[in-house]
Write a protein that binds this ligand. Structure first.
Ligand code: BT5
Length: 257
């Protein structure tokens, strides 16, 4: 099922959504940001089969070889107060669609990952685009590994894909349609308590856990006290300071260690 992406199949499956399918791009987020500035409507989506310069956070690389994954970016027109909810909507939609496929041991990892059996299967990259003080809009990038083979790569033992887990082929077009359906539903709740509560519920397993947070140059060790409505992680650091963080990489330390 290597060539299930065609312009025709995608536009039929996603109609009436405005969409662009580009077989090979640098990064779908870059195309979507440009399209946003050119006036793309809320919900317009850029889909690629391959990314040659896929981006993670903080300038990191996101691997998207041809035929292997979902790589998409949705153009959005949120209010400034809603921007913080984009990550939540993205990870909740991905977790939901993966749950329907019966993937084992799915977990949302703060702030923007979905893990399967402890291995990264998906990541979300939200971007807010400002002109000075004016919010032009947002772009929500989502990557989901469908049939990537990480054996022998630097991500061996760190990343996984849907087909490696469920041992049967899936159709990327249908999966994409279901993902966007769930995403629309979560985006409709941007700025509501319902979205924040759903996100916090998925992260409840982290509350009370000792973690290490790496944020830029900063390493902070502490206990997770809460996940707030705006997505902030509240930590009590080892020197008993209260810290509220919005970005970083979390490692949950072994309990009792
Ligand atoms: C992310 O960053 O997890 C956000 C990934 C967003 C990707 C989508 S694809 C469509 C859209 N267009 C883009 O250019 N990006 C978005 P972060 O948490 O910083 O994780 C990046 C790290 O994950 C890398 O440094 C690698 O260690 C690892 N990684 C790279 N490719 C991966 C993959 N395919 N699967 C799992 N892990 C990967």
């Amino acid at each position: 099922m290597q060539n299930e992406y065609t312009e025709e199949r995608l536009s039929l499956a996603l109609a009436p959504r405005t969409m662009r399918y580009i077989p090979s791009v640098g990064s779908t987020n870059d195309i979507a940001v440009k399209w946003l500035r050119e006036g793309a409507p809320d919900g317009a989506v850029v889909i690629a089969d391959e990314q040659t310069a896929g981006r993670g956070r903080l300038g990191r690389t996101w691997h998207t070889p041809p035929g292997m994954a979902l790589a998409l970016s949705v153009v959005l027109r949120p209010s400034p107060a809603q921007v913080g909810g984009l990550t939540m909507a993205g990870v909740l939609a991905i977790e939901q669609v993966l749950t329907t496929l019966n993937l084992p041991n799915l977990r949302v990892k703060w702030a923007n990952d979905v893990l399967c059996d402890g291995l990264k299967i998906s990541g979300v990259l939200p971007e807010a685009i400002w002109d000075g003080d004016t919010l032009v809009g947002g772009v929500l990038g989502m990557g989901v590994n469908i049939r990537n083979d990480f054996a022998g790569t630097v991500l061996d033992g760190l990343a996984t894909s849907v087909e490696a887990q469920i041992k049967r082929p899936v159709d990327r077009v249908s999966l994409l349609a279901v993902l966007l359906f769930h995403l629309d539903s979560w985006l409709g709740r941007l700025g509501t308590e319902m979205l924040a509560v759903a996100y916090k519920q998925k992260l409840a397993y982290m509350i009370g856990q000792p973690i290490m947070l790496t944020a830029g140059q900063d390493d902070v060790s502490g206990i997770v006290l809460d996940v707030e409505a705006d997505g902030a992680l509240v930590l009590q650091t080892d020197d008993s300071t209260l810290r509220r963080v919005y970005a970083g990489d979390v490692t949950v330390k072994k309990s009792g260690a």
